[in-house]
Design a protein around this ligand. Structure first.
Ligand SMILES: Cc1cc2nc3c(=O)[nH]c(=O)nc-3n(C[C@H](O)[C@H](O)[C@H](O)COP(=O)(O)OP(=O)(O)OC[C@H]3O[C@@H](n4cnc5c(N)ncnc54)[C@H](O)[C@@H]3O)c2cc1C
Ligand SMILES: NC(=O)c1ccc[n+]([C@@H]2O[C@H](COP(=O)([O-])OP(=O)(O)OC[C@H]3O[C@@H](n4cnc5c(N)ncnc54)[C@H](OP(=O)(O)O)[C@@H]3O)[C@@H](O)[C@H]2O)c1
Length: 377
C-alpha cells in the first residue's frame, strides 16, 4: 500500500476535475498545490503456475514391447529472470479488444499553442481502478464507429502519460498525450487519422473503450538511485511524464528517487513544448536530481548552424553522457519518432570510438542488461 502526498504544478487541473469543466491549459499555469491522499496498492499478486506432477508410460530403449514404467517428473522450477526494472506484479492485457474497459473522459485539454505545427492534447480517463498500470506502459483505444468495411475500428496504442497513481492521485484514472494526425494524401485530400482525432475531440463525460495495459520495455528501473536518461520527441514525452511525476511529485513508502533524472525533449517550436511548467517545477523542487534540456528544432541551431534535434542537443553534453553510460546503474529510455534512434546512434558511434568501443556491440550489451530501452514509432 503506497501512501502518497502529491504536489501538482497545476492548480487548474484540480479545480477542473471536480466540476468536469472545460480545462484551460497545462501550458500556462504555474500555481502550485499540494494535498495528501491515500493511494491504492500498486503491487499486484502475479499468477504463478502451480508445480505440476504427472506420470506417463514410456517405451524402454531397445525393447519391442513397451515396459510399463512410472516416471514422476516435477516441472522444472521457472527460472526467474532477474530484472533491473520494477517488473514484479506488472499486469498486461487485462482488457482485450473483444471485451474492452469503458471509461469516461474526465478532461481533455490542448497542450500546444495556436501557432504550433499540429495539435497535441492531454486527456484523463476514469478507470475506477480497473485498469491497473505502471509508469511506462501503454493502453489501446478503440475509436467509436466503423472502418470502410463496416467493421469496428482496430485499436491504436498510446503510451500512458500519467504515473500509476494517476493525475488525481487516487489510482482511478489514466492519462494520454495525443497528437492529432492530419495530413494531405497524394490526391491532395486532407485526411484525418481515425483514433487520434476521435481522442482529441473527446468531450468530458464521453465514453472511451480501453484495452491493455501493455508493454514492459519502458518500465522504470527498480533502483531509486539510478541515473535515468529520457529521450523524447513530441508525444514521446508521455511515459517520461509518468516517470517524473512518480519521482518528483509523489511520495511513496517504498520508493524515494535519489538518483539523477535527465530529460531531453525535442519539439518543433517553443509553442509545441509539452508539460514545460510541470518540468520546470520539478527542477525547482529537486535541482540536484533533475536536469532538463529542450531541443526546439525550428527555432534553435547549434554552433555550426545545424537544426537543433534531440541528438544535436545531446551532442553538446557528449562527454558527460558517455561517462554516465559507462555506469552500471544508468538507464536510457527513448520514445517518439523512429528517426531519432538513428540520429542518437550516430552521435554514440563517434563517442564510443574515442574509447575504442564499437557502439552497436556496446548497445547490444546495454539492451541485454535492460539499460537501453527503446519504444519508437
Ligand atoms: C507503442 C506505441 C505508443 C504510441 N503512443 C502514442 C502516444 O503516446 N501519442 C500519440 O499521439 N501517438 C502514439 N502512438 C501512435 C498511435 O498509435 C497512432 O498510430 C496515431 O495516433 C495515429 O493513429 P490514427 O488512428 O489517428 O491514424 P490512422 O487513421 O491509423 O492513420 C495512420 C495512417 O495514415 C497514414 N499516414 C500518416 N501520416 C501520413 C502522411 N504524412 N502522409 C501519408 N500518409 C500518412 C499512414 O498509413 C498511417 O499508418 C503510439 C504508437 C505505438 C505503437
Ligand atoms: N511508444 C511509442 O512508440 C510512441 C509514444 C508516443 C509517440 N509516438 C510517436 O512519436 C511521434 C511523435 O510525433 P509528434 O508529432 O508528437 O512530434 P512533433 O511534435 O512533430 O516533434 C517531433 C520533433 O522531432 C523532430 N525530428 C524529426 N525528425 C527527427 C529525427 N530524425 N531525429 C530527431 N528528431 C527528429 C521534429 O523536428 P522537425 O519537425 O522540425 O523536423 C520535432 O522537433 C509520432 O509518430 C507518435 O506516433 C510513439
Amino acid at each position: 500500500m503506497a501512501s502518497a502526498t502529491l504536489s501538482v504544478a497545476n492548480a487548474s487541473l484540480q479545480a477542473n476535475v471536480k466540476g468536469l469543466t472545460d480545462f484551460t491549459s497545462l501550458r500556462s499555469s504555474s500555481a502550485s498545490l499540494s494535498f495528501s491522499r491515500r493511494a491504492a496498492p500498486d503491487d499486484f499478486v502475479p499468477i504463478v503456475a502451480a508445480p505440476c506432477l504427472y506420470s506417463r508410460n514410456a517405451p524402454a530403449p531397445g525393447k519391442l514391447a513397451p515396459v510399463r514404467a512410472q516416471v514422476t517428473t516435477q516441472a522444472p522450477a521457472k527460472v526467474e529472470k532477474e530484472s533491473k526494472k520494477n517488473e514484479e506484479g506488472v499486469i498486461v492485457n487485462k482488457f482485450k479488444p473483444k471485451n474492452p474497459y469503458t471509461g469516461r473522459c474526465l478532461l481533455n485539454t490542448r497542450l500546444t499553442g495556436d501557432d504550433a505545427p499540429g495539435e497535441t492534447w492531454h486527456m484523463v480517463f476514469s478507470t475506477e481502478g480497473e485498469v491497473p498500470y505502471r509508469e511506462g506502459q501503454s493502453i489501446g483505444v478503440i475509436a467509436d464507429g466503423v472502418d470502410k468495411n463496416g467493421k469496428p475500428h482496430k485499436l491504436r496504442l498510446y503510451s500512458i502519460a500519467s504515473s500509476a497513481l494517476g493525475d488525481f492521485g487516487d489510482s482511478k484514472t489514466v492519462s494520454l498525450c495525443v497528437k492529432r494526425l492530419v495530413y494531405t494524401n497524394e490526391a491532395g485530400e486532407i485526411v484525418k487519422g481515425v483514433c487520434s482525432n476521435f481522442l482529441c475531440d473527446l468531450k468530458p463525460g464521453a465514453e472511451v473503450k480501453i484495452t491493455g495495459p501493455v508493454g514492459k520495455e519502458m518500465l522504470m528501473p527498480a533502483d531509486p538511485n539510478a541515473t535515468i536518461i529520457m529521450l523524447g520527441t513530441g508525444t514521446g514525452i508521455a511515459p517520461f511524464r509518468g516517470f517524473l511525476w512518480k519521482m518528483f511529485f509523489e511520495k511513496h513508502d517504498d520508493y524515494k528517487f535519489n538518483g539523477l533524472a535527465w530529460l531531453f525533449l525535442g519539439v518543433p517550436t517553443s509553442s509545441s513544448l509539452l508539460y514545460k511548467e510541470e518540468f520546470e517545477k520539478m527542477k525547482e523542487t529537486a535541482p540536484d536530481n533533475f536536469r532538463l534540456d529542450f531541443a526546439v528544432s525550428r527555432e534553435q541551431t547549434n554552433e555550426k548552424g545545424e537544426k537543433m534535434y534531440i541528438q544535436t542537443r545531446m551532442a553538446q553534453y557528449a562527454e558527460e553522457l558517455w561517462e554516465l553510460l559507462k555506469k552500471d546503474n544508468t538507464f536510457v529510455y527513448m520514445c517518439g519518432l523512429k528517426g531519432m534512434e538513428k540520429g542518437i546512434d550516430d552521435i554514440m558511434v563517434s563517442l564510443a570510438e574515442r574509447d575504442g568501443i564499437n557502439w552497436l556491440e556496446y548497445k547490444r550489451e546495454l539492451k541485454k542488461k535492460e539499460q537501453w530501452n527503446v519504444e519508437v514509432y
